[in-house]
Design a protein around this ligand. Sequence first.
Ligand SMILES: [Zn+2]
Length: 230
Amino acid sequence: MKIWMPVQFVGLGMGLLLPITNGAQAVPEASPVVRVSVFDDAKVGTRVLREAEREAGRVFRRANIEVIWIQCPQDGTERGPFGSCTEVSYPAHLHLRIAARSHGVKQSTVGMSFQSDGRGCYADLFHEPIVVLQEESHVDAAIILGHAMAHELGHLLLGTNSHSRDGLMRAHWEPGDLAQASRGRLLFSAEESTRMRSRFTRDDSEQLAAFVEKQAGAQQAAPLEGAKGN
Ligand SMILES: [Zn+2]
């Protein structure tokens, strides 16, 4: 079993706006914050997608980077508190699109990122090969998808030549890697974490972190409906 995650060099058009994030939560002062617009073209579904985002968010939190997920409906026009789905800026606002399958690359490819001169804001994930991996490995699809999301976002934040010999950024995941993922141990290395954080300026992080903390305070004062974000 192999997973291919090539980095390709292309651009993508975007559309659509956002409703919501995975909830306002306090952000450690020194952590950069990246917003990610997520487009579920493959109709993976809310449960799997939220779990995958939690997994990817946990992986990034271990690298001292906070992720705010922006759920982007197919035809949304609303602008939410953390910005619009169509907004894009490097490295503070990136885009992930989940498609059913890839076109023009190996069927086992589960994701790809799009970069030019070591920078890029767009990455794609492919759902069908993830389902195949789930059936072969018996690792939950949300776990696989979440780590694939973190891998591709990692490419965007690390730049070119960002595959590693071990860990999350391996070009090909073996069954042992998926087993590590299911135990929460497939992570960025310390060097990768430092390199990703170095991409952010203080302005990128502090303005957004302050806003997130303010939102968290507002939510505690006036809780919103139900189990938001679950
Ligand atoms: Zn890769």
